[in-house]
Design a protein around this ligand. Sequence first.
Ligand SMILES: *[C@@H]1O[C@H](CO)[C@@H](O)[C@H](O)[C@H]1NC(C)=O
Ligand SMILES: *[C@@H]1O[C@H](CO)[C@@H](O)[C@H](O)[C@H]1NC(C)=O
Ligand SMILES: *[C@@H]1O[C@H](CO)[C@@H](O)[C@H](O)[C@H]1NC(C)=O
Ligand SMILES: *[C@@H]1O[C@H](CO)[C@@H](O)[C@H](O)[C@H]1NC(C)=O
Ligand SMILES: *[C@@H]1O[C@H](CO)[C@@H](O)[C@H](O)[C@H]1NC(C)=O
Ligand SMILES: *[C@@H]1O[C@H](CO)[C@@H](O)[C@H](O)[C@H]1NC(C)=O
Ligand SMILES: *[C@@H]1O[C@H](CO)[C@@H](O)[C@H](O)[C@H]1NC(C)=O
Ligand SMILES: *[C@@H]1O[C@H](CO)[C@@H](O)[C@H](O)[C@H]1NC(C)=O
Ligand SMILES: *[C@@H]1O[C@H](CO)[C@@H](O)[C@H](O)[C@H]1NC(C)=O
Ligand SMILES: CC(=O)N[C@H]1CO[C@H](CO)[C@@H](O)[C@@H]1O
Length: 667
Amino acid sequence: MKRTLWATIALAALAGARPTPDNSYELHEERDGSLHAWIKRDRVFPHAVMPMKIGLTQQNLEKGYQHLIDVSDPDSPNYSKHWTEEEVHELFAPSKDTIETVSQWLADSGISSDRILHSANRGWLHFNATAKEAEELLKAEFYEHEHVSNGKWSVACDKYHLPSHIRQHVDYVTPGVKTSQLRKTTSGLSKRASPSFGWGPGHHRPPMWKPWHPGHGSQDLKDCDVTITPACIAALYHIPEPAKNVAPGNALGIFEEGDFYAQEDLDLFFSNFTKYIPNGTHPTLKSIDGGVAPTTNVSNAGGESDLDFQLAYPIVYPQEIVVYQVDDIPYATFEIPTAGFGNTFLDALDGSYCNYTAFGVTGDDPVLDPTYPDPAPGGYKGPLMCGTYKPTNVISISYGVQEIDLPANYQKRQCNEFLKLGLQGTSVFVASGDTGVAGVQSSNGTGPNGCLGPKDNVFNPTNPNSCPYLTNVGATMITPGNTVNDPESAAFGLFHNNTVVFTSSGGFSNIYPIPDYQKSAVDTYFKEHNPPYPYYELLDGFNASKAGDGIYNRIGHGIPDVAANGLEIAVYVGGEAITEAGTSASSPIFAAIVTRINDARLNMGKKPIGFINPALYKNPWILNDITNGTNPGCNTDGFKAVKGWDPVTGLGTPNYPKMLEYFTKLQ
Ligand SMILES: *[C@@H]1O[C@H](CO)[C@@H](O)[C@H](O)[C@H]1NC(C)=O
Ligand SMILES: *[C@@H]1O[C@H](CO)[C@@H](O)[C@H](O)[C@H]1NC(C)=O
Ligand SMILES: *[C@@H]1O[C@H](CO)[C@@H](O)[C@H](O)[C@H]1NC(C)=O
Ligand SMILES: *[C@@H]1O[C@H](CO)[C@@H](O)[C@H](O)[C@H]1NC(C)=O
Ligand SMILES: *[C@@H]1O[C@H](CO)[C@@H](O)[C@H](O)[C@H]1NC(C)=O
Ligand SMILES: *[C@@H]1O[C@H](CO)[C@@H](O)[C@H](O)[C@H]1NC(C)=O
Ligand SMILES: *[C@@H]1O[C@H](CO)[C@@H](O)[C@H](O)[C@H]1NC(C)=O
Ligand SMILES: *[C@@H]1O[C@H](CO)[C@@H](O)[C@H](O)[C@H]1NC(C)=O
Ligand SMILES: *[C@@H]1O[C@H](CO)[C@@H](O)[C@H](O)[C@H]1NC(C)=O
Ligand SMILES: CC(=O)N[C@H]1CO[C@H](CO)[C@@H](O)[C@@H]1O
């Protein structure tokens, strides 16, 4: 394997004296132990040239929330005065002071400004330095490292120092204590946790489906307890027939990965279940990093995509739907394992995210996320898409993993991106998950029952749901014998001879604290309906040795925010009518309703709603409170749906007329 990094290696002796930090220098980063899978080799030759990058601290990470609330709180004079993309970049870019202080220090250290490149998003200073220069600059010793198995080389130090007045301006430096030239390989890396919802590759039938109930499925509302059709959803939430004069450009965006709709399924559904959607109606494809849709072979149609579009179209039609079809086939179908989720999607919506540093993480993770161009057969050969598409006003995501599957800082950086979308006026709805208070069995660090801790009894929250800047949607059902006029209950379903249990995911994050907008709702829940379980209090990720006997986090962000029907949903998949279940259904229903309300607001010359949670928590009366049912898991009954907010169905299901009335009156 060629070591291209050190192409200019000169014949020179190793540098003699060990650098000793002078008084003004302080330790900035030190690695705990050796680099996993890398063997430390020789000291880097003093004249070898290394590409150096200094990640500058981004400002205002802590202020972002206040700005988001400023445009999302219905009582704020700035409600719906969303920011432009440029304003958002400017908010988080490093301050002038940071850039000037660090540049000055480099100049004083002999690295003149003409050698420095400043990245487009202002987050990075790049320069080439000899190892000798870098070692003096950072009071460090750089060593070559060889990978144990893949023949790659990298350079890293065990620790490095920075002058005390510089430290506050620098996130981290590369090469540094991590291997920075690590490239993703196509084998041997961590296996992708199977998505807990969103059925993914090879599962054209979702795990939770039933054959069609013969004789059901007309426009008749009397069978809604057995089969949910568009007519049932319209009746449940009082959604009128679509408006005639829709605002242009108000599309609903739907995320899909490794699962593809078939036009034939949509057509069968439209012609059987709606009077007004013509055959051939289809979403606009926004392909991300090689994503393809639809599938031309109906036998390969996916139970997630077909479900999403069949639920959303009857509500939003004739408004447009956009499908964000994410990742090429090798990645999307997990032929190449990845454990990450959502970063390539967010890159395509915001170019600055491709290189964004926050919480010590820059750009996509070369191990967890797909990397492009993808050399795999059939892989997408273009560069990673950055800022290719504008986000739609509303986005629905019915995929996810568990919080435990991903490093906390990876999730925090991504969560901040959801905050940026909210600042710009985009509402993001995410299915809360289908496993109650438990997680997915195959997920990282979980027991066979999908739960955490040495006793496999600790509740296991979902990702990206734990992020407080998006809107989590749990699932409800019409219990047998009830009608669309009766209150719904929290969803609960048994499938495949009771081997698959569906309960709506909910609980409390182990990473994020309870956001202010949710605080009084969660306080009331604990005060009036204290769950009968021991709890712990921690943030920054689950740690069994700190959790004691507790089985849920008392100080974490509560999931979900709202709910919508998710059981016995009529859908055509693979040319056949079946019924499906899952919060996968609930998210597109809620997102489609908000798209309709945005349409009304746009027609009045108002702005889209954007981040909807502060308005919902202040006005729970515009939702139907769900007060029956539980979300069992981890050998418990889980939490209970109660009066007011609860970690099963949130604030409740949509009441379209009340939501419309409320949101059209707001500025
Ligand atoms: C509303 O926005 C303006 C302009 O961005 C800003 O100056 C003002 O402080 C904001 N008002 C509040 C209450 O935050
Ligand atoms: C560093 O050197 C490489 C190779 O000569 C060059 O491609 C790159 O642009 C240089 N970077 C900077 C910041 O000057
Ligand atoms: C629409 O397409 C479906 C599926 O191909 C077909 O069964 C139906 O007859 C078509 N309806 C019309 C009006 O063409
Ligand atoms: C769809 O429509 C066809 C033709 O009207 C009918 O035979 C069939 O039973 C319908 N399927 C469902 C699932 O309602
Ligand atoms: C469609 O896919 C099925 C299942 O993967 C396969 O058996 C069939 O041959 C495919 N049909 C065509 C026309 O490619
Ligand atoms: C899985 O868990 C192990 C042990 O906690 C951890 O070292 C590893 O990073 C986790 N994998 C991922 C992909 O998060
Ligand atoms: C369910 O159990 C019945 C009776 O034991 C059996 O006939 C049937 O094949 C099973 N179905 C599934 C989907 O496993
Ligand atoms: C978990 O907590 C223990 C005790 O405080 C600590 O020693 C350990 O490093 C923590 N583990 C992780 C992965 O943070
Ligand atoms: C409450 O939910 C349970 C299932 O969790 C269901 O069996 C029962 O019928 C529901 N009660 C009402 C009044 O809907
Ligand atoms: C300025 C900068 O660092 N740009 C990089 C942003 O990320 C993309 C994709 O990873 C790179 O190709 C750019 O070089």
